[in-house]
Design a protein around this ligand. Structure first.
Ligand SMILES: Cc1ncc(COP(=O)(O)O)c(C=O)c1O
Length: 479
């Protein structure tokens, strides 16, 4: 017989007193970090070339560790892209609320996996309550429901799987697919929609592109032609995906007009509101999503404009029962009985994920402890700041605005200086801004031309900082 007493190493690794000591040290460090990031005491991003970074990080994993948890984490913090620095105006990822960091810690502590109720009883209820909250904001009735997933990409796939099961006219889940299918979406949709379609086996032809107007919004009057084009290629059209808003330009597809078309042709309407969904948190802005209550499904990322850590996504169905159809699969070792709806408390039957982090707990705690108004106020501030920045750009002869921003994503470019190749100039300017370290900005293409792109998602970015950004770009452009 062997000795099954835990060894010294495992005892040490689980020692609560050691945890207390390093935990306090780490929390102190994190609080100091947040303070100095907010004061912009470090570059937003100080990034060596990838091969240098690779060489700089030890790759050995020794048989005996050195116990240096905090020191290693400090190094990660130091070398991060600093989202807590108000100069972060790049991609759509939030600087999480400090309380969210603590929620994540408890999530890791409990590690309640959530596929089945008994593996996360309270966490399951938090998830379902958060889903109901999002459904109410959308304007869905009491029949609505859904689940949380790790991200909008998985959320969009989940919604489209349900759309297929609802509209295909054959039981694809059970028997495989005989027909060729397609969805209609504007070319501005997030690439994860195209991936979802390919994952479902529809290939490149699985999306029929609908033209956009000069503000990059889907033109609903072109839907009929797009449907005909898909059908001419032998595709049965199942759904329309509206992007509210688009990633590149923050443009909102007109949901009411798209919903009219879907009703007329018995198509599923999916609204990808990963970014724009948070407009529903403020009365003045919810009009951006007018008609969203007519959707069959909606995806809403809480890690974008709800100040939560990645990834927390709501996949909300107008009819809760549809959310069971995405994965109409039996797993008898987990789920008892053959009617998953009777087991509404086992959320694993409705997601790709089996073991799933308790995403709802973080959202539940934050929404209750901080109150819902905070999120509306934050969204409103971001939109007002964006409008003010757009005015600045409009008022500067050496800058061009790509389009009027509808929410907090803005595209512009520098038109001064000596440059025959404007695209190369914007890319160079972006590289110079990143190197200077005061801001993190990104770029996109509008009608093939390169534009600088900001998402004003950081809660402490000010208009003066954005004035400084324009000056910085100008000084690089003139040099
Ligand atoms: C409109 C839209 N949909 C989907 C996604 C993908 O979401 P995630 O990164 O959470 O997978 C994004 C991400 O930027 C997005 O902007």
């Amino acid at each position: 017989m062997g000795n099954f007493e835990p060894g010294q190493a495992i005892e040490g690794a689980y020692d609560p007193e050691a945890f207390r000591e390093i935990g306090h040290r780490l929390v102190d460090h994190v609080a100091d970090y947040m303070k100095s990031a907010r004061a912009r005491e470090m570059p937003v991003l100080d990034m060596p070339p990838a091969d240098e970074m690779l060489a700089d990080w030890p790759s050995e994993f020794p048989p005996q560790g050195d116990g240096q948890v905090v020191e290693r984490l400090k190094r990660f913090i130091e070398q991060a892209n600093h989202l807590h620095n108000p100069g972060f105006v790049g991609h759509q990822v939030s600087a999480p609320l400090p309380a969210a960091i603590l929620c994540d810690m408890v999530g890791s502590l409990l590690n309640n996996g959530m596929a089945v109720y008994e593996m996360g009883p309270a966490q399951t209820m938090a998830e379902l309550h958060v889903v109901q909250f999002l459904a109410e904001r959308i304007g869905f009735s009491g029949d609505a429901g859904g689940i949380l997933t790790h991200g909008g990409s998985l959320g969009n796939l989940t919604a489209l799987l349900a759309a297929r099961q609802a509209k295909a006219g054959e039981d694809v889940w059970q028997a495989g697919q005989e027909q060729s299918y397609a969805v209609l979406a504007s070319a501005e949709n997030h690439y994860c929609v195209s991936r979802a379609v390919r994952i479902m086996g529809w290939g490149e032809g699985g999306i029929e592109s609908v033209p956009v107007d000069s503000n990059f919004r889907m033109r609903p009057e072109c839907l009929a032609e797009a449907k005909r084009a898909a059908e001419a290629r032998g595709r049965q059209v199942l759904a329309v995906v509206a992007s509210d808003c688009t990633t590149s330009t923050g443009s909102f597809d007109p949901i009411d007009a798209v919903a009219d078309f879907c009703e007329l042709h018995d198509l599923w309407l999916h609204v990808d509101a990963a970014h724009g969904g948070s407009a529903l948190m403020h009365d003045e802005h919810r009009g951006l999503l007018k008609g969203i209550q007519r959707a069959d499904s909606v995806v809403w990322d809480l890690h974008k404009m709800m100040l939560m850590p990645a990834l927390i996504t709501g996949v909300i169905f107008k009819e809760n029962r549809r959310s069971y159809e995405a994965f109409a699969q039996e797993a008898s070792y987990l789920f008892e009985g053959d009617d998953p709806e009777k087991e509404w408390f086992n959320v694993g039957s409705r997601t790709m994920e089996c073991t799933k982090r308790a995403l709802g707990t973080t959202a539940y705690v934050l929404l209750q402890a901080l109150g819902t108004d905070l999120f509306g106020q934050y969204f409103d501030r971001a939109v007002r700041l964006t409008r003010a920045f757009a005015d600045l750009v409009r008022g500067s002869a050496d800058f061009e605005l790509g389009l009027d921003p509808a929410c907090n994503i803005v595209c512009f470019r520098y038109m001064g200086g000596y440059g025959s190749d404007r695209d190369a100039q914007q890319m160079r300017l972006r590289a110079q801004v990143l190197k200077a370290g005061n801001f993190y900005i990104v770029q996109t293409r509008l009608d093939g031309q390169v534009f600088l792109r900001l998402t004003l998602i950081q809660p402490f970015t000010t208009l003066q900082m954005l004035r400084d950004l324009l000056d910085e770009i100008r000084s690089f452009g003139e040099a």
